[in-house]
Write a protein of this length. Structure first.
Length: 83
């Protein structure tokens, strides 16, 4: 029972993944969830890849501006744009 499992049973060292478990990937998924829920962008109403890309790029721009205002404020954003 248990033969062939783990590094002790078969004499191999643990893999890189076993020594360093992956961190959750929630950092990337959060913006998409926010865009879909908070900004009411559940599904695209456009047809064609070019139009969908344009619609998503506008949503991403709005999300990024909103985050910048939240983090550094309007005066900080204006200063950053001017320099």
């Amino acid at each position: 029972m248990g033969e062939g499992r783990g590094h002790r049973a078969n004499g191999r060292a643990p893999s890189q993944a076993a020594r360093h478990p992956r961190r959750p990937q929630s950092t990337v998924e959060h913006p998409f969830g926010t865009i879909k829920q908070s900004m009411n962008q559940g599904a695209f109403l456009m047809r064609g890849l070019e139009k969908v890309r344009a619609a998503f790029n506008l949503s991403a721009l709005a999300y990024n501006l909103r985050r910048a205002i939240t983090i550094i404020g309007v005066p900080g954003l204006i200063r950053a744009v001017r320099t």
